[in-house]
Design a protein around this ligand. Sequence first.
Ligand SMILES: [Zn+2]
Length: 497
Amino acid sequence: MDKSLVKRRIGIAFFYHESHTFSPVRTGIQAFYEEGYHQGDAIFEAYRGTKTEVGGFIEVLEEANQVLVPLVCAAAIPSGMVTNEAYEEIKTKLLTSLRDAGELDGLLIAMHGSMVTPKVSDPEGELLDEIYHLKGSSFPVAVTLDMHANVSYRMLSKTAMFFGFKTYPHVDMYEQGVHAARALLDFLTTQQPFYAAFRKLPMMPPSVNMRTDIGPMADMVHAAIEAERDPDIRSASILGGFPYCDIPEAGASVIVVSTNRIKAESVASQLAAKLWGERERFILALPGISQAVDDALQQDTFPPKPIALADIADNPLSGGTGDVTALLEELLNRDTQDVLFGALNDPDSLQACMQAGEGATIALSLGGKLSPEFGKPLEVTANIIRLTDGKFRNTGPMNTGLQIDTKCAAHIRIQHLDLLLTGRALSANDLEFFRHIGLEPSNYKILALKVKNHFRAAFDPIVSQVIYVDGPGLASNQFKHFTYKNIPRPIWPLDDI
Ligand SMILES: [Zn+2]
């Protein structure tokens, strides 16, 4: 019988969080409910047809006529550490569903790789350990990882099938889901084992210059793709790490997956040496807030296109609280015209807007509540232009089709500035983020955004330039602002190596 026609039962799971250990905010179970927490068949409803890792898993398995066994999918947007209770609850549900699923031939699991809880510095490593404890050491598991994963030796100790994102902005989540699913099916068909060569580097590159269209990471990803031209190299992943995790597992790494151990080791060594050699290129000197606003105001593009001011230090997708007011204050002090600011995370102000209603004018104490050390709330008078429930689907190219819920939204006008208020911290990664409430980003001269690089996937076509701003915030590019206690030392760029 043709082995490729065998119907196998494959589990599908997703447990994803990027945890900023210096953030005062804790990521509880509610944050997973807000972003996506699904069990069983609800997983199909949430992810089938989406350009996500799980969307890729589902598509490959359905095309191959396999039996899909949806277990648990839980993701929350980057924030402070996941609470012990939320982690234990999701982990227990996942392991219970795995146990109750009966005989499985394998598991596909999408993880970030930089989750942290107050008790566990390497939850992904622990989870994989517990999966193997439950299912036995020969149980095949294929894993997708975010490019910003702090990969541990523990994670690599049980399975070799790791597939990291190759794009930042992350627009290849679906493709890596497809690769992982195909690798798992190939293994089940051929029983030829994969081997993973792993290199952990003593470096924590800042992510602002980790884009994959230009710069050092673009060159690294290009080298990885070149290596994958060898049919023996199944996957080569460059993981930049997430530098806001004060954990022993912090740092960049390289994983090369192959059926040929010698080739895997050789390619991993070459890529690791190249990454180390490129390190200084990850450092960018950025303008402060005042200089950045000056620079934006001086630009005159024709035909006119917006200039994006990227408030990287308060980027929610790097763990920023999304309510730092420093850039907003500068723009209001100058009474800047034609500015769209968004989004500011302030559930209290949003609630006040909801109560006052569209068309009302109210006094607000805006932002500065979650991390007041980076700036106080701003006392403003705002006109409420429009209110929505904050629900829409992404138009892409990142996470296309994924349902987003901003926990209500308000378009308010302060002086000559239009501002989007949301009920939780979110990056403006999709044009629908503004358009769903009637704001058209391409109509403004300046877009002041709480973003780092993901937004470029959607916004690059409509902006003339991106200016990265060195402002205050939890996701600051300047690591010297953080008191690290647990990372391995020495580590670049904090230490001279
Ligand atoms: Zn990432």
